[in-house]
Design a protein around this ligand. Structure first.
Ligand code: TYM
Length: 348
C-alpha cells in the first residue's frame, strides 16, 4: 500500500514537472565554447528529460551584430550539429531555428509597442555593443531584449537555462511579460526564471587570458571542437602570476579563473588537491594547467567525435530542423492566436 502511495506521488511529481516549459537559445555566431557548454547546454541536456523543452538557434539575433552573414544556414547547421553532439535529443526536446517561426516576430512587434526607449537604452549589453559598433547602432540592437522576450514567452516558458551574462535580458523578459498581463488585465504569460544547473544565480565561465568572460567576441574561447593539441596549447598559455605568496591567501582574479574552470571540468578531489596546494603555497601553475588541459580534453573528447559525424550529415540536420519548426510553430501559433484575441485583433 505504502509503495502504491509512493508511486502515485512520484507520478504526480513527474507530471507536474512535465507541465512546466523550458526554453533557451544560442546565437549562430561561431562554434560552441566551454562558456556555452557549462553555462547553458549542460542544463539543456539535463532538463530535456524533465520538462517540455524548446531549444533553438537564434539566427535573427545574430543579425544585430552580423548584418550580412556569409552563409547563415551553414552557421545554423554548425550549432545544430553541436547541440546534437552534446546530447540534445529531438525525441525529447523541440529543437528549431528562430527564423523558421515567424510567429515570434508578430509577438515581438506587440512587445515593442509596450517597450520604452529609456529602459531599452539602459541595458548594459546595448551600451557595450553600441560602443563596439558605433556605425551600426541599429533598432534591432536596441530591441534585442524584446525579441528575446518574445522567443521565451511565445511558448509560455517558465524556466530559461542561461549563463550569468543573460541576467539583465531575463529581467527585461519578466518585465515585458508582466507588463503585457497588466496592460491587458490578464494572467496570461508566466514570468520566466533563469535557471542554472552549475550554480545558483548562473555561472560565468572565464577566459584564460585574464580578461573576464569567455566569449566569441573576446577571442579567448576553448571550443568543444578544438583538437586536444589546441586545447593544451590554449590552457598552457593561460595568464598567471608569480605564485602564492602567503598561506591561505585570497586568489587574484586570473588564478580564480583557473580554479573556476577546474571546478566545472575536473573532479572534486582534483579541485581540492590544487586548492590545498594554493593554500600551503606549494602550487606549481604548470601542474595545474596540465591537469586542467587533460580534464578539458577528456570532457570534450566524445563530443568532438560526434560533432564530426553530425556536421557531415546535412540531410539529417535539415530534417531535424524542419520537424522542430513544425512543432515550434504549433505551440507558437496557439499562443499568438490567444494574444491577438486578448488585444482585440481578428483571429483566424
Ligand atoms: P549567446 O549566444 O551569447 O550564448 C548562449 C548561451 O551561452 C551562455 N554563455 C556563457 N555562460 C557562462 N559563461 C560564459 N562565458 C558564457 N558565454 C556564453 C549564455 O549565457 C547563453 O545562455 N541572448 C542569447 C540568445 C537568446 C536567448 C533567447 C537565450 C536569444 N533568445 C531566449 C535564452 C532565451 C545569447 O546571446 O546567447
Amino acid at each position: 500500500m505504502a509503495l502504491l502511495w509512493y508511486l502515485r506521488g512520484a507520478k504526480t511529481h513527474i507530471y507536474k514537472k512535465k507541465m512546466e516549459t523550458v526554453l533557451s537559445g544560442i546565437r549562430p555566431t561561431g562554434n560552441l565554447h566551454l562558456g556555452n557548454y557549462y553555462g547553458a547546454v549542460t542544463s539543456f541536456i539535463k532538463l530535456q528529460d524533465l520538462y517540455r523543452c524548446f531549444f533553438f538557434i537564434a539566427d535573427w539575433h545574430s543579425l544585430t551584430t552580423h548584418p550580412t552573414p556569409e552563409n547563415i544556414q551553414n552557421s545554423v547547421r554548425t550549432i545544430l550539429a553541436e547541440y546534437l553532439a552534446c546530447g540534445l535529443d529531438p525525441e525529447k526536446a523541440t529543437i528549431y531555428v528562430q527564423s523558421d517561426v515567424p510567429e515570434v516576430v508578430e509577438l515581438y512587434l506587440y512587445l515593442n509597442m509596450n517597450a520604452y526607449l529609456g529602459e531599452l537604452e539602459r541595458v548594459t549589453s546595448f551600451k557595450e555593443k553600441a560602443r563596439k559598433q558605433p556605425d551600426n547602432v541599429n533598432a534591432g540592437l536596441l530591441t534585442y531584449p524584446t525579441l528575446m522576450a518574445s522567443d521565451i514567452i511565445i511558448h509560455k516558458a517558465n524556466k530559461v537555462p542561461v549563463g550569468k551574462d543573460q541576467e539583465q535580458n531575463m529581467e527585461m523578459a519578466r518585465k515585458f511579460a508582466r507588463r503585457f498581463n497588466q496592460m491587458y488585465g490578464v494572467e496570461f504569460f508566466p514570468e520566466p526564471a533563469s535557471f542554472s544547473l552549475a550554480k545558483e544565480g548562473g555561472i560565468k565561465i572565464p577566459g584564460l587570458d585574464g580578461s573576464g568572460k569567455m566569449g566569441k567576441s573576446e577571442g579567448n574561447c576553448i571550443y568543444l571542437c578544438d583538437e586536444p593539441s589546441v586545447i593544451r596549447k590554449k590552457v598552457m598559455k593561460a595568464v598567471t602570476d608569480a605564485g602564492p605568496q602567503a598561506m591561505n591567501s585570497e586568489k587574484p582574479e586570473v588564478i580564480k579563473n583557473l580554479f573556476t574552470l577546474l571546478e566545472v571540468v575536473s573532479s572534486k578531489d582534483t579541485y581540492n588537491y590544487f586548492n590545498d596546494k594554493w593554500n600551503d603555497c606549494t602550487l606549481r601553475y604548470g601542474d595545474l594547467k596540465k591537469q586542467l588541459a587533460e580534464d578539458i580534453v577528456a570532457a570534450t573528447d566524445p563530443i568532438r567525435e560526434r560533432i564530426k559525424e553530425f556536421s557531415s550529415n546535412t540531410a539529417l540536420l535539415d530534417k531535424i530542423a524542419l520537424a522542430g519548426a513544425e512543432k515550434a510553430r504549433e505551440s507558437a501559433s496557439k499562443t499568438l492566436r490567444e494574444v491577438r484575441q486578448i488585444i482585440g485583433f481578428r483571429v483566424y
